[in-house]
Ligand binder design. Sequence first.
Ligand code: SF4
Length: 136
Amino acid sequence: MSLPTYEQAWESARDERPFSNGTEGYAWLDNWCGRCINDKPARDGRDDEGCPLILVSLMGRTPIEWIEKRDPESGLVRLGDSYHCMYFRDEDDGGDPEPTPIPDPPGQLTLTPREPHERARMLTSYPEPVKAGGGS
Ligand code: SF4
């Protein structure tokens, strides 16, 4: 699963800052990107090969690939865990990150062919937030 380009990530990103302050941002980046294979080139001194999603976030937009994580009861986020990135891959994981299709069970009828949908990613935009006290 290859990363989007910077231009693709910018276009699909939400037009809002991902973090409310530097502490929140750097806590998250340290926790996730600091050990992700997709930003390893930047950690090795090759900044121009770093993760484009980080660059999008530093430019003030929230990558659509970052899934917001909130406590369902309190609505609060934990410092360093405000998002889960769909492209995160620990540099110690090794191996090919591409999922291997699970074969259809023997004798199972198939309604639709698998091939066009294999390795497809389900990616949707966030819904518009519900406004309190709204009405028509
Ligand atoms: S793929 Fe996600 S977790 Fe990995 S470096 Fe990029 S933004 Fe961070």
